[in-house]
Design a protein around this ligand. Structure first.
Ligand SMILES: Cc1cc2nc3c(=O)[nH]c(=O)nc-3n(C[C@H](O)[C@H](O)[C@H](O)COP(=O)(O)OP(=O)(O)OC[C@H]3O[C@@H](n4cnc5c(N)ncnc54)[C@H](O)[C@@H]3O)c2cc1C
Length: 394
């Protein structure tokens, strides 16, 4: 095969392009990854890395649970000659919801338990034991995943790519795809800033930029960009060396510990849509830090003695139902693995596996990912959980 030819071209070296390349390589298919900047230059490099299974859609929880096995047993699942790993850290995970959503949470926890996920409903007293410095006057019941925590998204991506490269995958960085070549209704390859590359299959894994590539393939799909800022706060000593990872719907916030006595904080609201993903992401938007500090101090008043470490942002692709687009659409050989809507890191190992099954076998068998088919918007079959929380990103 010449240097400009591949079985499969993957556009984008974020965690999804990397996971798919790895899983294709495990089946003997050597993909070519084309990345316009560098590995994890997009959402992945800015991801908060939460690894938990709590969702209100069964397939989301199934994908997170299959993925969890990778994070927990990385060496066995993704063996490489390098020491790169996903850097999983188990902290325990607490899900808080608003009072009105407690029944929905209980129903969702039952669904998780049916999947086999280790999760229990815990009372306020238990939460106080798990997190003594939290103020929890508003919490009667929480979901607790003892095994969950967070991982290192850039490390995960590099580890997948290294493992894939050892099996023959190629990666070209500084190579932006500028056109999708189609002839007779079939994909033939791509045009790039480094010339033409040929392949009978092309996967769009370009995150927040994927909408543009869909248009280049002649597709008209509802796809937007979503901006999300996060900040790191230095914890005062009184809080201690650790605390659980938390999604706090009542305060529209999530937070988790990080290395060096830091706590990472993100907010569920005030995440603008429709901006250029090429905007500045080295700085958080004005007002974000103040809002974040107010909320984390509301939940953990001792944080008032802490200090701001840093804040920045990132862009992901988002769809109208805040679920990814996974599957074939448009010209023969064109696939989507994009639109991960701000929650795609924790499911990336399983999505790569399922996408490799879909591409090579015509159907995914590990988890049925057909609900994520990109055609669902035209069919008006948007994804909604059986016991849905209100839309999380605003
Ligand atoms: C701040 C933030 C925090 C998050 N926190 C979490 C979390 O805690 N847990 C969780 O599960 N998820 C989280 N997410 C979501 C998760 O990080 C993303 O869903 C996931 O990283 C998306 O990966 P991706 O590979 O689809 O996209 P990306 O990582 O964005 O990768 C796409 C790549 O495509 C490249 N590209 C774009 N256009 C082209 C082109 N024309 N040619 C070649 N290459 C191109 C880009 O340079 C980029 O490297 C967060 C997202 C953000 C922004």
């Amino acid at each position: 095969m010449s240097n400009n030819t591949a079985d499969v071209i993957i556009i984008g070296a974020g965690v999804h392009g990397a996971s798919l390349a790895f899983h294709l390589a495990q089946r003997g298919v050597k993909a070519l990854i084309l990345e316009k900047k560098f590995v994890a230059a997009g959402a992945t490099g800015r991801s908060s890395g939460l690894v938990r299974m709590h969702y209100d859609v069964k397939q989301d929880s199934e994908l997170a649970w299959v993925s969890y096995n990778y994070f927990r047993n990385w060496k066995d699942m993704v063996s490489t000659s390098t020491a790169l790993s996903a850097g999983f850290k188990r902290t325990g995970f607490l899900q808080f919801v608003a009072r009105d959503d407690v029944e929905k949470m209980s129903a969702n926890v039952k669904m998780h338990q049916e999947i086999g996920i280790p999760v229990t409903l815990v009372k306020a007293d238990d939460v106080k034991r798990l997190a003594p410095t939290f103020v929890i006057d508003d919490i009667q019941l929480a979901a607790f995943e003892s095994e969950s925590g967070y991982a290192d998204p850039t490390g995960t991506t590099n580890a997948f790519i290294n493992a894939a490269k050892e099996k023959g995958t190629r990666l070209i960085q500084d190579c932006a795809v500028t056109g999708i070549i189609v002839s007779g209704g079939k994909v033939k390859g791509v045009e790039t800033t480094q010339g033409r590359f040929d392949a009978p299959m092309v996967v769009n894994a370009a995150g927040a930029w994927a909408g543009k590539l869909n248009q280049l393939a002649g597709l008209d799909l509802p796809y937007d960009t979503w901006r999300h800022d996060t900040m790191f706060v230095a914890r005062p000593r009184e809080i201690g060396p650790e605390h659980p990872t938390v999604i706090d719907f009542s305060n529209e916030m999530y937070f988790r510990p990080d290395a060096g006595n830091l706590t990472l904080v993100g907010l569920e609201d005030g995440n603008p849509l429709g901006e250029s993903p090429d905007n500045d992401t080295d700085h958080a938007k004005s007002g974000f830090v103040e809002r974040g500090i107010d909320r984390i101090c509301k939940r953990i008043p001792l944080m008032e003695n802490g200090g701001l470490h840093s804040a920045h942002g990132g862009y992901d692709g988002i769809t109208p139902d805040q679920h990814p687009m996974l599957g074939a659409i448009g010209p023969d050989g064109f696939f989507l693995d994009c639109g991960h809507s701000g929650t795609g890191f924790k499911i990336s190992p399983a999505v790569g596996l399922c996408m490799s099954e879909l591409i090579l076998d015509g159907k995914s068998k590990t988890v049925d990912i057909s609900i994520y088919r990109p055609q669902r918007f035209a069919e008006n079959k948007l994804i909604v959980g059986e016991h849905p929380y209100s839309s999380i990103w605003r």
